[in-house]
Design a protein around this ligand. Structure first.
Ligand SMILES: [Zn+2]
Length: 76
């Protein structure tokens, strides 16, 4: 009888530790993925309205970045 209770406690402990390990590792993965995501996006500022946007979405005209074509036309 005591052996069964002891076995139950051991199994519960193992399951608890396993779950904790899985949660921690998945959370760590998420954090590092988010950090990488932030690092990958190079933000630039629109010379007209000062809004920040990813470099890949910005228009580069005469070494200045713009958020839209409308702002390029108004600047010149
Ligand atoms: Zn703008």
């Amino acid at each position: 009888m005591w052996r069964l209770i002891f076995l139950g406690l051991v199994v519960t402990l193992i399951v608890y530790l396993f779950k904790r390990q899985v949660i921690q590792s998945s959370k760590a993965k998420q954090d590092s993925a988010e950090d990488k995501h932030i690092e990958d996006i190079d933000m630039v500022k629109c010379a007209k309205c000062s809004v920040h946007l990813p470099r890949s979405e910005a228009y580069l005209v005469a070494n200045d970045f713009y958020c839209s074509k409308a702002h390029i036309e108004k600047q010149t």
